[in-house]
Design a protein around this ligand. Structure first.
Ligand code: ADP
Length: 607
């Protein structure tokens, strides 16, 4: 009989003895059977050389599948399938030790059909697993039912466990888990050389699992970082789009809620003097928070702080909002469970970004307040100047007309100077009054469908004598079929007067002026507009000056400009008026040869 046949006979014998034991034979039969079983175990069957070569080939074959995948679950399943293939076991389990708490958890369970087993099928011997882990080396039980080490254990009896192989997985010198395979029906399924084979494989499997774990962790933290960066980019976009203080703090609060997975969140900010901390967004807006509160001062000193008091109190995360190290406020997030380190980091990064946006919004608010104060001041001054000016003008005219007695030529000349200066002041007061009304939104327009030529005539009425005086030519081109424009007639006259007066002022004697109007319609513009161009052959405007045109009080440094009277307010008022009427204004100019100012006015009423 060859070795293989002997092996199979011995297995048969072992199984028969085991079944006899289960029959509960009377009296002396049980100890005798146990003895017979032990004798049988003592018989050692050496591995056949051919068998050994086959096993090595199998080991080589299954080992090759490892390392191909870096997905942990896939690697674990591959390991289990390979183990079953190598050992011919009925079932196999792979458990890993959680490094965080040292607990063992089932990570893969397969049967010989390569089916994944359910948790409820995990009827294994915990004692065998524990022994393998504690001893740090594998163990084999040819028949657990009769094995003195395990026979008495409940699981062995309850689950009728027979052949068991179990070996620890080691990575970097530490036991990281365990592989357990068994066959419940057949005893004598595994021998010491099966264990050696499993041990050899386990070494490689542990490395493959460790690699996949490292990769998965790195992959996961990279994915988390990318998600965080994407979120922060969105936060930046939203924060930078807003200069409105209330919006900025509310956006910050919303992101704190989402990004830190909080149930509630607040943004509290210090007043400008840094004395009180007030809720700026979140429940209880306007309420004061104590600066000495446990978490606030430490957060300002050393960064984000968390309290997660045990019991009913919710966990709180406090992130400092600092501007160049100076406290501006805090972001507070709250939820029942403790916050993760990732949430804390997110809140800190959010606070860093919010600090810029809040500072900008505060500055913007301060500028707006200052502007409002300026507009208010201007309207008060303008109002107070108007009354005495009207009176100076009225009395000067009365004096000039000789209403209160004769006036000689010299006196007339002086009164003329007074009148001209009062007129200049009246023009300034009128521009300032318009600016104040535009800035405070109090300027009312009287919109109607009007014929442009009427407004041009009115503007020229006051300007024609001066143009004539300077021997300038004026060409008018207004097509007869030009449609009406929808605008405020008085304001159109004001804008045209300003542009024509500038063309006249900044063009030397004998120069050429022109006014041309035309209709622009689709596809050049979406809605039909009338375009009016006022050109001159005057001094022109440098590119540098063009960039500052239309801003308040801008006047060119050019001496040709400075010799003319003006305040530098006309164009800025003109731009506001044109835009308020739904049009646009612009300029083309070549220094030394002239300028063309253009405006557009809508033909139809807007919505
Ligand atoms: P003002 O004419 O009272 O100075 P404006 O606001 O009307 O104020 O014009 C601002 C400045 O723009 C002028 O001081 C001048 O430097 C420049 N400017 C305006 N119109 C012309 C023009 N047609 N040609 C050259 N420069 C001009």
């Amino acid at each position: 009989m060859n070795d293989s046949a002997a092996h199979s006979h011995l297995n048969g014998l072992r199984q028969a003895l085991d079944e006899l034991r289960l029959l509960n034979l009377p009296g002396a039969a049980a100890p005798l059977l146990k003895q017979a079983r032990q004798h049988l175990e003592a018989l050692h069957m050496p591995a056949q050389p051919a068998d050994q070569a086959e096993r090595l080939a199998a080991l080589y074959r299954v080992s090759r599948t490892l390392g191909v995948s870096l997905d942990v679950d896939e690697v674990l399943t591959q390991v289990m399938d390979a183990v079953i293939e190598l050992t011919g076991a009925e079932r196999g389990f792979l458990m890993l030790i959680d490094p965080a708490n040292g607990e063992l958890s089932l990570r893969a369970a397969r049967n010989i059909e390569r089916e994944t087993l359910e948790h409820k099928d995990m009827e294994i011997s915990r004692t065998v697993v524990r022994t393998a882990i504690e001893q740090g080396h594998g163990l084999v039980a040819s028949n657990a039912q009769t094995d003195p080490r395990f026979a008495e254990h409940q699981s062995v009896i309850m689950y009728a466990l027979r052949s068991i192989l179990c070996t620890p997985l080691r990575s970097r010198g530490k036991v990281s888990g365990v592989i357990y395979v068994d066959n419940r029906l057949q005893a004598g399924q595994f021998e010491t050389d099966d264990l050696e084979l499993l041990d050899a494989f386990a070494t490689q499997a542990a490395i493959a699992i460790e690699n996949a774990n490292i990769y998965t962790q790195a992959d996961r933290s990279l994915a988390e970082r990318i998600t965080e960066l994407e979120t922060l980019a969105q936060v930046d976009i939203q924060l930078n789009q807003n200069l409105e203080y209330e919006r900025v703090v509310e956006i910050t609060r919303q992101w704190a809620l989402v990004g830190a997975a909080a149930n509630e969140a607040w943004v509290a900010l210090l007043d400008p003097r840094g004395e009180t901390l007030q809720i700026a967004a979140g429940p209880g807006v306007g309420q004061q928070i104590s600066l000495e509160a446990d978490l606030i001062a430490p957060a300002w000193r050393s960064g984000v702080v968390q309290v997660s008091a045990p019991g009913a109190a919710p966990a709180r995360l406090v992130a400092p909002v600092l501007n160049a190290g100076k406290p501006l406020g805090v972001i507070v997030a709250e939820r029942p469970q403790a916050f993760s380190a990732v949430a804390a980091q997110f809140l800190e990064r959010l606070a860093y970004r919010a600090a810029f946006a809040i500072t900008n919004a505060q500055l913007f608010q301060a500028v707006q307040l200052a502007n409002q104060a300026k507009s208010k001041f201007v309207s008060v001054v303008v109002h107070e100047l108007r009354i005495p000016m009207t009176s100076i003008k009225g009395y000067t005219d009365l004096l000039r007309q000789g209403a209160v007695g004769p006036v000689n030529e010299a006196q007339k000349g002086f009164l003329e100077v007074i009148r001209n200066n009062v007129n200049r002041m009246a023009a300034l007061v009128s521009d300032l009054s318009d600016i104040a009304r535009i800035e405070t939104g109090r300027l009312k327009l009287d919109l109607a469908h009007i014929a442009l030529s009427t407004q041009v005539d009115e503007a020229l009425r006051s300007l024609s004598p001066e143009i004539l005086n300077k021997k300038q030519s004026l060409e008018l081109q207004i097509p007869a079929d030009l449609p009406m424009v929808y605008a405020d007639p008085q304001r159109v006259v004001q804008v045209l007067t300003n542009l024509l007066s500038n063309a006249h002022k900044y063009t030397p004697e004998g120069g050429k002026l022109s006014l041309r109007a035309s209709l622009l319609s689709a596809p050049i513009v979406p809605q039909p507009v009338v375009r009016i161009e006022i050109s001159d052959s005057g001094i022109g405007i440098s590119a540098e000056d063009q960039a500052r045109l239309f801003t308040q009080f801008f006047r060119s440094e050019d001496p040709n400009v400075r010799e003319q009277q003006g305040w530098g307010l006309g164009l800025s008022v003109a731009r506001s008026l044109v835009e308020l009427m739904g049009g646009k204004i612009g300029v083309q100019s070549t220094p030394g040869s002239g300028s063309t100012f253009w405006i557009t006015l809508p033909v139809e009423a807007g919505e």
